[in-house]
Design a protein around this ligand. Sequence first.
Ligand SMILES: O=C(O)[C@H](O)[C@H](O)COP(=O)(O)O
Ligand SMILES: [Mg+2]
Length: 297
Amino acid sequence: MIAKITAKSQVEQLLDQHDTWLFDCDGVLWHGSELLPHALETIELLQKRGKKLIFVTNNSTKSRATYRLKFAKLGFDVSVDDIFCSAYSAAVYLDKVINYPKDKKVLVVGEQGIEDELSALGYSSVMGSDPKFRQDYSEELSATVRRDLEVGCVLAGLDTHINYYKLAYAQAQLEDPETLFLATNIDSTYPSHGRLFPGAGTVIQAVATASRRQPSASLGKPSDTMMDCIKARFEFDPKRAIMVGDRLNTDMAFGRRGGLSTLLVLTGVDTEAAIADSDVKPDFFASKLGDLYELLD
Ligand SMILES: O=C(O)[C@H](O)[C@H](O)COP(=O)(O)O
Ligand SMILES: [Mg+2]
């Protein structure tokens, strides 16, 4: 039976039963740069209660270091070591899981976050946030689309500056079946300003359609790579840990696969009605994260 959190006693029980709290970000803590109601107060309350908080976002547009600045700007006291993003888990996958050679480049369909996390592990990337690729397509430009022999991998994620030239360039790299095609995450939509926008999955499927190839791996939630990154840094008992998120097929699936409890909040992508149709059911759900703070008040 999935319990909706509506009473103080339920919140106290969640606090008693869980020492480690993993939080998704977009749609749970904020929409873009707008804090969700009492999200900050809830995080501060858990910190005061001595809970271990870990932040796990599929958003690959920022590095962990840049995310820490966003957290600080919004009033959160969070260490960069407690932040995990899909750009980081993708860089770790290249470095530690497949030992991608450092003398090969990565073509990035995405933003600065991916470039920064790749560079931190010694990889050089092309395209990404390079202004040279942020221009209107033209016949002259089409002549520059070519296979870059130094590129051995296309890594795609959320790119709010996507355009035809970038898609054509990524497609050209993927003509070689030896070139790896990886995704930072699968999220089809991105919650911002109270509505849904196209997410990383939308961008990635545009590249997939053009290249007639699907990514061989997606490195954000619910992938094991992301959980392995966290467990490599923190020892915690999954039975006394809980994953709080807004998306059933990433956050709740991630928590379930990791053996954690799961709490779905309805301030992002998924609704209460979506739970009934979902293969992955949360253990708990709440209208918003801030309910935990408000119910204890
Ligand atoms: O499109 C995306 O990349 C995602 O919707 C978005 O960034 C998810 O971030 P999260 O909810 O995992 O913080
Ligand atoms: Mg989210």
